[in-house]
Design a binder for this molecule. Structure first.
Ligand SMILES: NC(=O)CC[C@H](N)C(=O)O
Length: 368
C-alpha cells in the first residue's frame, strides 16, 4: 500500500466550507456526521471504538495517527463507532511490540472511510470559531452539489436520539458471578473500561438494553445502579430518564457517567443544552469542590447540564466544575444516594486521576 498514489478527498462542511485531503488506504466513498475534534495525543483506538462518538466525523489534532498500531486489548466496544476519520499524517508503518495489527487494517476491517493530509490545524480552528456542525467526507470530489444536497438531509445532533443504535440488544453479564457486589448497568453506549473498573472492584455486572424498565434491572437484585456514557442528545432518552427517576425515588445507590450524568440531571428537572464545541480530549482540568483538589480528566461530550438550573435546584450540589469554562462537571443529590460526572473516570484513553469515583460508588453501595 505504501507508495501508491492516493485518491483525492474532500471535507465539505454544512456551511459550504471545503477542506482537502487524501483517502487513507484504498477505500473510497462518502461518510456523513457531525464533525468534531479530539486533542488527545494518544488513545486513537479507544476513541474510534467509544460508542459515545457514534455518528461523528472525528478530527484528530495529533499530527500522527496509526504510528503505534492497534491492540486487541484497547477496544472500548466490539467495532469502530465513529462515522469517519480526518487526520494530518497517517502512519501506514507502525512500531510497538504489543500491537496486534496496523491501524490501516483495523479501519479496513471496520469499513471506515478515513482522510489524511488534511490541514487539521486550519480545520480545527475553523470548527472552534464556528462550532460543531454536520459535514461530509468523500472521495467523490467532483460531485460537490450532490454531496451538498445529501448533507442537507443529515439530521442535526441537537435532539438526536442515538443510544438505541449502539445499545446491547440482549442483557449480558460481566465479571465474576461470585463477586461481593452486584451492579445493574444501563447500556446507552457503555465503554468496556467502565465494566472493567467495576469488575476490578469486586463487582458482578448485568448490562441492560437502553429501554429497560426498573423492574427488569431490579430483578437482578443489584446492590447499585449505573447509567452509562453514550452518543447523541440526552433529552430524547425518556425511558432512561424514567428509569433514573424510579431508582432515585427509592434512594438506591446510583452513579452516572457522561450521558448517564445528563440523564440524571434531566430526571431532576434540570435541562441540558448543546455546547458550541464540546470537550473532547484527555487533559481537561476539573476541580472537585468538596476536596478543593484538581484532576486532569478525559472528556468527550457535546452537551452539558444547565448550570443556573442546577444551582437553583436545592436538592443538587455541583460537586465538580470544569476549570476552562466553568461548566458543570459533576453533580450529587443531597437527599439521595446518587452522583454523576460529565467526564470519564474510566479514562481509556486518558489519565487515572478520577478513578476514585468508582471507589466512591462502592462506598455508597456499602453505606446502603
Ligand atoms: N461521552 C458521552 O457520554 C457523551 C454524552 C453526550 N452524547 C454528549 O455528547 O454530550
Amino acid at each position: 500500500m505504501k507508495y501508491q498514489k492516493r485518491k483525492k478527498a474532500i471535507i465539505l462542511l454544512a456551511d459550504g466550507t471545503i477542506f482537502y485531503g487524501k483517502a487513507v488506504g484504498s477505500k473510497q466513498g462518502t461518510a456523513f456526521g457531525e464533525v468534531c475534534f479530539n486533542t488527545g495525543m494518544t488513545g486513537y483506538q479507544e476513541i474510534f471504538t467509544d460508542p459515545s462518538y457514534y455518528g461523528q466525523l472525528m478530527v484528530t489534532t495529533n499530527a500522527h495517527i496509526g504510528n503505534y498500531g492497534v491492540s486487541n486489548e484497547e477496544i472500548e466496544s466490539d467495532s469502530i463507532k465513529i462515522a469517519g476519520l480526518i487526520c494530518k499524517n497517517f502512519s501506514y508503518d507502525y512500531s510497538r511490540e504489543a500491537a496486534d495489527d496496523s491501524l490501516e487494517n483495523f479501519l479496513e476491517k471496520n469499513n471506515l472511510l478515513a482522510i489524511s493530509d488534511v490541514d487539521t490545524r486550519a480545520l480545527v480552528s475553523y470548527i472552534r470559531d464556528n462550532g460543531a456542525m454536520n459535514a461530509v467526507i468523500s472521495t467523490d470530489v467532483d460531485n460537490i452539489e450532490g454531496l451538498k444536497k445529501q448533507l442537507a438531509e443529515v439530521p442535526d445532533m441537537n435532539g438526536l436520539e442515538l443510544a438505541s443504535q449502539v445499545s446491547t440488544k440482549e442483557p449480558y453479564y460481566f465479571g465474576d458471578e461470585n463477586a461481593t457486589y452486584k451492579v445493574a448497568a444501563l447500556d446507552i453506549g457503555i465503554k468496556k473500561n467502565i465494566l472493567r473498573n467495576l469488575a476490578k472492584r469486586d463487582t458482578y455486572i448485568k448490562v441492560f438494553p437502553y429501554n429497560s424498565k426498573f423492574e427488569d434491572l431490579e430483578a437482578f437484585k443489584p446492590d447499585g445502579y449505573f447509567l452509562s456514557n453514550g452518543p447523541g442528545d440526552p433529552e430524547p432518552l425518556v425511558e432512561a430518564q424514567a428509569l433514573a427517576k424510579e431508582i432515585i425515588k427509592r434512594d438506591l445507590p446510583l452513579f452516572g457517567i457522561c450521558l448517564g450524568h445528563q440523564v440524571i440531571a434531566l430526571a431532576n428537572g434540570v435541562s441540558t443544552y448543546k455546547m458550541h464545541n464540546g470537550h473532547r480530549g484527555i487533559n481537561h482540568p476539573v476541580k472537585n469542590i468538596n476536596t478543593g483538589k484538581g484532576e486532569i480528566t478525559s472528556q468527550n461530550h457535546g452537551f452539558a447540564v444547565n448550570r443556573e438550573e442546577a444551582e437553583a435546584n436545592t436538592d443538587l450540589q455541583i460537586t465538580h466544575v470544569h476549570l476552562n469554562d466553568h461548566t458543570v462537571a459533576g453533580l450529587a443529590m443531597k437527599s439521595k444516594n446518587c452522583f454523576s460526572v460529565q467526564y470519564h473516570p474510566e479514562a481509556s484513553p486518558g489519565p487515572h486521576d478520577s478513578s476514585y469515583l468508582f471507589d466512591q460508588f462502592i462506598e455508597n453501595i456499602k453505606r446502603n
